[in-house]
Design a protein around this ligand. Structure first.
Ligand code: NAD
Length: 428
């Protein structure tokens, strides 16, 4: 109820009421409630603070349709655990597993549910929609929303597998996180995105304004490198696999895959030779360690090197948005463009479950970044890169495609969704 003022002439009453703290609070709350009915994107830097539940659901259905169109993935997983299952590559993996292989899936993610005046994060809406759609088809799909780095969530996952699935034959590790609380010490490590050894200056793109500017990145300290490895390296993956093995919930011959990135010379100083690259080196070494541990029971552990795509994680990496904008233009022109769903469909269908030996490079990594790294693709990106400036970014890059993909991550700009319609309260 609105607070009421009494005993003054009408205009003074209104004035007093409009200025009163309680009335202002009431109006602010009302405004937020109304906002929720017609949800619009609110972009702050490289994140969008709102998500559209209907858009997220339709977007997810479109991903499912893409997998379905290609037919079932024969001989694939029957029961899978996906860690980092709600957005980007993890979500695409879950779609390929649940709707391509017909696998029962348990997803782990860290997403915020809606609060008064605030929508949930898109991964929450997508995962909720995925569970409903899978269950409708009689396919098991459950999720645990919590910190995958914690012992508690690992134990919850194990208990759920024991109770509902018995074992899992596939474990996908697709976390991208800014921070990890180390379970042994309780200390928090943070990941940073900096070059190692020396500072780095590069072109960069402000996707919202379309301004191409310069970014200067200081070299990381040793401590920053160490903490980034804590968060994005392989230690937590190994802890997951050890806990699953100790609990007896890994099926004989189980397969585990984590995701990595290499990228071109343009991004090498900030990515592969930077703090995040050091963490990916650790992740790749962990794959070899896990392979050695798992092989006695016929198990296998791999890293898959995926292509650069627009996700919440990649949009936070300096230089990547400009590189991805050029890459998208070149790959679309050459007819070899893929989004995260196409990448994961190809990984599961053609590499992991093709019935043939899994193809790997000289370092033992699966490569689905092969089309990104094609010589003619990279030559064209390198030709365009020095030419890029604010005045030509619209014509020389696919910044429009980047922006559209970014909005779709949050359920906006999805074909078939009426954004002028009020969103049902129950969906928020
Ligand atoms: P994303 O931001 O879309 O997804 C991250 C996932 O991790 C989400 O499901 C999120 O809920 C989950 N998560 C984060 N912190 C968590 C926590 N503490 N507990 C539980 N869940 C948590 O990221 P993405 O781009 O899909 O990245 C996934 C993996 O793929 C990463 O290892 C990334 O390095 C790799 N990769 C990404 C790209 C790219 O271009 N995006 C390319 C190659 C490899």
């Amino acid at each position: 109820m609105a607070p009421r003022a009494v005993g003054f002439p009408k205009s003074n009453v209104l004035k007093a009421r409009n200025n009163s703290y309680l009335w202002k609070l009431y109006r602010a709350r009302r405004a937020k409630e109304v906002d929720l009915m017609k949800i619009e994107p609110k972009i702050r830097g490289f994140i969008c603070t709102t998500a559209h539940p209907v858009g997220c659901e339709v977007q997810l259905q479109q991903q499912i349709d893409k997998v379905r169109k290609k037919g079932p993935i024969q001989g694939g997983s029957k029961k899978a655990l996906i860690i980092g299952a709600s957005t980007g590559y993890g979500m695409a993996s879950r779609v390929a597993l649940a709707f391509g292989c017909g696998a029962d899936t348990l997803g782990i993610y860290f997403e915020r549910e809606a609060e008064k005046g605030r929508t949930a994060t898109p991964g929450f809406y997508q995962s909720r929609a995925l569970e409903v759609k899978a269950q409708k088809e009689g396919t098991y799909a459950k999720s645990i929303n919590g910190d995958a780095f914690s012992d508690e969530i690992k134990q919850q996952a194990i208990a759920t597998i024991k109770q509902d699935l018995g074992t899992v034959d596939t474990v996908i590790y697709s976390l991208a996180a800014p921070r990890r609380v180390l379970p042994k010490t309780g200390e928090a490590s943070r990941s940073t995105l900096k070059p190692i050894g020396q500072s780095f200056t590069s072109k960069t793109l402000d996707v919202n304004s379309g301004v191409v500017g310069e970014i200067f990145l200081e070299a990381a300290s040793e401590e920053e490198v160490r903490q980034t490895i804590d968060v994005m390296g392989g230690e937590d993956w190994e802890m997951w696999m050890d806990a699953l093995e100790a609990a007896g919930v890994l099926a004989p011959g189980a397969l585990t895959v984590a995701y990595s990135y290499i990228g071109p010379s343009i991004t090498v100083p900030v990515y592969r030779n930077g703090t995040i690259g050091a963490a990916k080196n650790h992740l790749e070494r962990t794959a070899h360690k896990l392979q050695a541990k798992m092989q006695a029971k016929g198990g296998r552990a791999f890293v898959s090197v995926n292509k650069a795509v627009v996700t919440q994680a990649s949009s936070a990496i300096p230089v990547m948005p400009l590189y991805i904008s050029v890459l998208y233009r070149v790959m679309k022109e050459k007819g070899v463009h893929e989004g995260y769903l196409e990448q994961m469909d190809r990984l599961f269908r053609e590499k992991l479950y093709s019935g043939k030996e899994i193809p790997v490079d000289s370092e033992g990594r699966i490569r689905v970044d092969d089309w990104e790294m094609l010589e003619d693709v990279q030559k064209e990106v390198e030709r365009l890169w020095p030419l890029l400036e604010t005045s030509n970014v619209l014509s020389l890059t696919d910044i429009q495609g980047y922006r559209e993909d970014f909005l779709r991550l949050f359920g906006f700009g999805v074909e078939g969704v009426d954004y002028s319609a009020d969103v049902d309260d129950n969906l928020i």
